[in-house]
Design a binder for this molecule. Structure first.
Ligand SMILES: NC(=O)C1=CN([C@@H]2O[C@H](COP(=O)(O)OP(=O)(O)OC[C@H]3O[C@@H](n4cnc5c(N)ncnc54)[C@H](OP(=O)(O)O)[C@@H]3O)[C@@H](O)[C@H]2O)C=CC1
Ligand SMILES: O=C([O-])CC(=O)C(=O)O
Length: 272
């Protein structure tokens, strides 16, 4: 398999480690920010030397495409999704988009849909840190879906976000709701913490109709995603207590496994 990665942070590193357990990739191309090439090469020739038979480090989409990836995983953030993903899709290469909250920008959502159609490629939106997206998406097609989502994380996971300006995160002794609004507002204001809100919106009731609450909770048993669905076909509530990933407390470990699942489903004889 020839894999392209946009971003070489926590998710990318852990994903490569998991993929390498099944044997080395045929080729790996990693797109990093300008100035980070030498660091990326060092890592690919050091700890990650077994991940691929050959590798390349690039800083733009044209160079990534020149490496002829069969699949690209975006795991860098909203700005990277905007900068690089349209060209990859237009070139006919499927993309697993992890920074799904980028689609809260209607212009980018339209651009990515158009690029995928033009290139005959597929934009794959993984479940990421949440679950039961299959059911929500099925119900979404039936219409009349109402979704309420509550995302709670330990205070430290909200560092560097607007929540830090509203709360004394280090001194919290009880759970505090610091945001209520639509999925579009949540995904836009919390690009590294509310991709789940966007995933639920895209699968179910849409960005304006998906109600979101974000919570800093010193007693949270991890990153907790809880949502309730009411629809003519089914009602359900699901609560997922995620362990944070080792490399980034904002990101749940399940996100990495969700991307792994998408890749395995493309390669194996059975998709589940
Ligand atoms: N769908 C879901 O459920 C979830 C989605 N996510 C999304 O996944 C993203 C990645 O998560 P994670 O790996 O934990 O985050 P990290 O911050 O560990 O990794 C992101 C990496 O991408 C780099 N980067 C930033 N901008 C660009 C760019 N324009 N081009 C290339 N590289 C870039 C960063 O560099 P630097 O550090 O120098 O900025 C960093 O190395 C999050 O930002 C979030 O949007 C996360 C969790 C759940
Ligand atoms: O990983 C998580 O728990 C969820 C997350 O950060 C997001 O929704 O962006």
């Amino acid at each position: 398999m020839r894999l392209g990665l946009i971003g070489f942070g926590n998710i990318a590193t852990a994903l490569l480690d998991l993929l390498a357990r099944g044997g080395p990739l045929d080729h790996l191309a990693v797109l990093v920010l300008p100035g980070m090439e030498a660091d990326a090469r060092r890592r690919l020739e050091g700890d990650l030397a077994g991940a691929a038979r050959s590798h390349a480090v690039v800083t733009d989409a044209a160079a990534l495409l020149a490496e002829r990836p069969g699949l690209v995983v975006e795991c860098a953030g909203h700005a990277a999704a905007q900068a690089h993903v349209p060209a990859v899709l237009r070139a006919g290469v499927d993309v697993i988009l992890v920074s799904i909250g980028a689609l809260a920008d209607p212009a980018l959502e339209a651009a990515l849909r158009a690029a995928a159609a033009e290139g005959g490629a597929r934009l794959v939106l993984p479940a990421g840190a949440v679950g039961a997206i299959d059911l929500l998406s099925a119900l979404g097609a039936g219409g009349g879906v109402k979704v309420r989502y509550r995302g709670a994380k330990p205070p430290a996971a909200w560092a560097g976000t607007p929540a830090a300006g509203m709360l004394d995160l280090g001194a919290l002794t009880e759970a505090r709701v610091f945001f209520t609004g639509t999925a579009r507002e949540a995904a836009t204001a919390y690009p590294r913490n509310a991709n789940v809100a966007a995933t639920l919106a895209l699968a179910g009731a849409g960005f304006e109709e998906t109600q979101v609450e974000l919570v800093a909770d010193p007693a949270a048993p991890g990153n907790v995603h809880e949502y309730t669905v009411a629809s003519p076909l089914a009602n359900y509530t699901i609560r997922i207590e995620n362990r944070p990933s080792e490399g980034n407390a904002k990101t749940s470990a399940t996100t990495i496994y969700s991307v792994l699942r998408e890749i395995r489903n493309r390669l194996g004889p059975v998709a589940i």
